[in-house]
Design a protein around this ligand. Structure first.
Ligand code: GTR
Length: 410
């Protein structure tokens, strides 16, 4: 039996609010020496310090991109989504020091505008799960087995075609004037513990240490490469690209938004531990549990905080604070206790001092809202009825949030 399986069996999550330990969060506006951040100039320094800690202690340090990107449109349709959208699938080849990684981005852009805001996010089961159309490629990358989405022997298949269409709400996006761009996350880094030898990690041959980038960071890094590409498209409004993701890919979306301020909006759907949820609450999934079951997700150094969360120099409210003053949306599912909905809400709330420094409000309410009652300030939040998943309800709120901040009305 694998040791990780043993731990998995022994782990009993805490779902009792009264058993959440007393904890003290790091002050997002205090330097390490205790001095206070009083100005935006101070914050710029504190931001660097905060980001550095998330790099070295949590996600690992991602390399700067110094390679070459080649692009090739592999399919294109002018009358997609009932004639209302242009659909393209584009191969991006990331080339560095004789190595190459190919990723495939599926893009829908509304015809109602010549320059559209776009929601960019990684998908779990391949681009072909977003649409019935045969032209969309079935990924040949390693994939998790899932009967419903048609993958077996770690390969995707035709059986998954169109199976995730609703989750991405492409039609609503197009009707409301938004584009969607997505790619299969396993093309960036296959989601298993491979010693960091494949995916984009392979483009960098540096010696690894306990601060090196893990898989979440690799997925986030890939989102920035797609952003590099989107910025070259005249039909995309590069000032209005929202990065979004669900669950582990929500962790990646948050980390991408923290590092790369070109993302004008950041959306975390049920991201939980290592995402929007506060680590110190130890409610549901914990740092120790996530590191044991997914040893490849984070920096090796993150293990140091297994059952030792109070020693973390940062907590996840400071990850949200790294988005300030940009709009960020945090969404939970009420039955998704594993992801600690309340801890996700509190991260947003406790990032408020940083938003306030910018003259903003941040999270507009002090108490977690009732189920299915979204609130939308600079920070948006909802706890949806139901469990873990990215549902049309969630997407609907994100479009509302973008309408509010970007005033998009096609
Ligand atoms: C779970 C993991 C969560 C979340 C989820 C998912 O197994 O414990 O942190 O990432 O997977 O990605 O669906």
């Amino acid at each position: 039996i694998f040791p990780s399986l043993l731990f998995a069996q022994e782990f009993i999550p805490n779902y009792d609010e009264s058993k959440v330990p007393d904890y003290q969060l790091p002050d997002p506006l205090a330097f390490e020496n205790g001095e206070k951040v009083n100005s935006l100039a101070d914050w710029e320094k504190k931001r660097v310090e905060t980001l550095r800690y998330f790099e070295t202690e949590v996600y690992g340090i991602s390399p700067a991109w110094d390679g070459e990107m080649k692009t090739e449109i592999i399919s294109e349709k002018q009358n997609a989504v009932g004639g209302k959208a242009i659909r393209k699938e584009v191969k991006l080849s990331l080339i560095r020091q004789g190595k190459q990684v190919d990723i495939y981005v599926l893009i829908y852009l509304p015809k109602s505008s010549s320059r559209s805001p776009v929601f960019l996010g990684l998908n779990f089961y391949g681009n072909h799960t977003l649409s019935e159309h045969q032209a969309i490629r079935v990924t040949d990358a390693w994939i998790r087995n899932n009967e419903t989405y048609g993958s077996s022997d770690n390969r995707a298949s035709e059986k998954g075609r169109g199976k995730r269409r609703e989750n991405w709400a492409v039609e609503e996006a197009i009707n409301r004037g938004y584009g969607i761009a997505t790619l299969y996350y396993g093309e960036l880094d296959p989601d298993f513990d491979d010693g960091f030898e494949n995916g984009v990690h392979a483009l960098y041959q540096e010696e690894r240490n306990e601060n090196s980038w893990g898989a979440v960071a690799a997925w986030a890094w890939g989102l920035s490469r797609v952003m590099d590409y989107l910025e070259t498209l005249r039909e995309v409004d590069g000032e209005k690209v929202a990065v979004l993701g669900h669950s582990r890919l929500g962790k990646a979306a948050l980390w991408a938004g923290a590092i790369d301020t070109r993302f004008a909006m950041v959306i975390s759907n049920n991201s939980g531990c290592g995402g929007a949820a506060l680590s110190r609450r130890r409610y549901g999934e914990t740092v120790g549990r996530i590191n044991r079951v997914f040893p490849h997700w984070f920096a090796g150094k993150f293990d140091h905080y297994n059952e030792n969360e109070d020693a973390l120099p940062v907590d996840q409210h400071q990850l949200i604070a790294l988005m300030a003053p940009r709009p960020v949306y945090i969404a939970s599912g009420v039955d998704d206790r594993w992801a600690d909905p309340k801890g996700e809400f509190l991260s947003g709330l406790y990032s408020n001092p940083v938003y306030q420094l910018f003259g903003k409000t941040g999270m507009p309410v002090n108490e977690q809202p009732d189920v299915d009652q979204p609130v939308m300030g600079d920070i948006g939040y909802h706890v949806r009825s139901g469990g873990h998943g990215m549902l049309p309800y969630d997407m609907h709120q994100y479009f509302n949030f973008a309408d509010k901040h970007w005033k998009v009305h096609p």
